[in-house]
Design a protein around this ligand. Structure first.
Ligand code: NAI
Length: 462
């Protein structure tokens, strides 16, 4: 039996970051992981592999649609799906091995196997029981399907199966126009599949700024994706190598069917806490399966903490990472803190979509006086040169104080551009602070500055 200051269960972005920070702060740390490789869903079957496929297929799209316009003539590349899968696997391998290296460097023990907590202070992995002053649960989430729809990961797939299809389907139906549906739908649409997205709500990407939703849907439709909105999927029937998706229109209850070679169920994820022994421990849980924690990520049981997708809040790798660092600091006697008001969200389609802070709809709802500064990438020289001028930056600032309240970007590198606004918000900056900051020319980030100028005396290039 080994004794630790901290045992972290789960090695995804929440868990591995927490373990590294604990070790850096002088705590004797172990991390339990049952997968063959470290990194959890994000590195193995989530963020990283999907970004590899998004990158490869975006390159293909550029070759097919924009190369000739730049004077790059010749045949577009053909797709070698197996080789693309190898590239994806290689990317995963480099990242997961990187975490293994960081564990060794920080002297973190990897306890291989699936962990459970027989009681506070003890973690069982296989036949061995390890002791720890504190335990951090960072076990993440798993895909949740719809009632009656069985995922076989071949014809009816979750995001996991969608990353590793044996071949590119001719027809794909995506259930759910959320982040996973649109990212993976984009991948297969660029690879030539006919992609239809069926969404229960009347808009795509629920919760996002309304103007972004509309522009985003238009752009994706122009790229070839079809949308059936306001439609509740009733069931999926698999016959041989094909599937039939039935859905009901919310407007008139009319039932329709649509055929597919592959159906991607992307209707959300649920916390993964199976086998931890939480109910025997009597840990308080939320109705939807998340572990209840206090403001310092402590569960209802002393010495047991929880972070990431296993608790409430957005299911995002970087939110889990921040909580991982913060809880490590709490355990080391410091003041761990996460500013939940400034957590960016990014959809890695092309163009990318990124947001932080409040939406215009939320500001209206709670009667906050606000102003909007909007700037189209059509007025950005770099975006025009790169055939990436679709989209805009929208900055929301307080009408009286000018303090930045939120930002919504659809456009090139939106996922990177959002961060200067995050930093500004962390510092409580006004839109004028961004507007007065010199931005290099020609860069996409000039569009952020122009949006900030639009909150004041007006942008220059529109
Ligand atoms: P989501 O919650 O983003 O979207 C699910 C969609 O399915 C919703 O629009 C919902 O209205 C729709 N839906 C539910 N039931 C339906 C039905 N019966 N018929 C039709 N539509 C239905 O969930 P998603 O895309 O599966 O992602 C899961 C989690 O993973 C999210 O929290 C997301 O933030 C996270 N994630 C984040 C990524 C990123 O940051 N780039 C990438 C991938 C996942």
């Amino acid at each position: 039996m080994s004794q630790y200051d901290v045992i972290v269960i789960g090695s995804g972005p929440g868990g591995y970051v927490c373990a590294i920070r604990c070790a850096q702060l002088g705590l004797k740390t172990a991390c339990v992981e049952g997968r063959d490789t470290l990194g959890g869903t994000c590195l193995n079957i989530g963020c990283i592999p999907s970004k590899a496929l998004l990158h490869a297929t975006h390159m293909l799209h550029e070759a097919e649609h924009n190369f000739a316009k730049m004077g790059l003539k010749g045949k577009s590349p053909s797709v070698d799906w197996d080789a693309m899968q190898d590239y994806k696997k290689d990317t995963i391998g480099q990242n997961t091995k990187g975490i293994e290296f960081l564990f060794k460097k920080n002297k973190i023990d990897w306890l291989k196997g699936w962990g459970s907590i027989p009681k506070a202070g003890k973690v069982k992995v296989g036949d061995e029981v390890h002791e720890a002053k504190n335990i951090v649960i960072a076990t993440g989430s798993e895909p949740s399907s719809l009632p009656g729809i069985e995922i076989d990961e071949k014809i009816v797939v979750s995001s996991t199966g969608a990353l590793a299809l044996s071949k590119i389907p001719k027809k794909m139906v995506v259930i759910g126009a959320g982040v996973i549906g649109l990212e993976m739908g984009s991948v297969y649409s660029r690879l030539g599949a006919e992609v239809t997205v069926v969404e229960y709500l009347d808009t795509i990407t629920p919760g996002m700024d309304g103007e972004v939703q509309k522009t985003f849907q238009k752009i994706l439709a122009k790229q070839g994706m079809e949308f059936i909105l306001g439609a509740a999927v009733q069931g999926v029937e698999v016959k041989g190598q094909k599937a039939k998706v039935t859905y009901k229109s919310k407007k008139d209850d009319a039932e329709s069917e649509i055929d597919a070679d592959v159906v991607l169920v992307a209707t959300g994820r649920k916390p993964f806490t199976d086998g931890l022994g939480l109910s025997d421990l009597g840990a308080d849980m939320h109705e939807r399966g998340q572990i209840t924690t206090d403001d310092h990520w402590k569960t209802s049981i002393d010495g047991i903490y929880a972070i990431g997708d296993a608790i409430t809040g957005p299911m995002l790798a970087h939110k889990a990472e921040d909580e991982g660092m913060a809880v490590a600091e709490v355990l080391a006697g410091k003041a761990g803190h996460v500013n939940y008001d400034v957590i960016p969200g990014v959809i890695y389609t092309h163009p990318e979509v990124a947001n932080v802070g409040r939406t215009e709809e939320q500001l209206k709802e709670d009667d906050t006086p606000y102003k909007v500064g909007k700037f189209s990438f059509m007025g950005n020289g770099r975006a025009k040169a790169n055939f990436a001028a679709d989209g805009f930056v929208k900055l929301l600032a307080h009408k009286e104080t000018d303090r930045i309240l939120g930002a919504h970007i659809i456009g090139p590198m939106a996922g990177d551009l959002i961060h200067e606004i995050c930093v500004a918000m962390e510092f409580g900056a006004a839109a004028e602070d961004l507007a007065l900051t010199c931005h290099a020319h020609p860069t996409y980030s000039e569009a952020v500055r122009e949006a900030a100028l639009a909150c004041g005396d007006g942008p220059i290039h529109s």
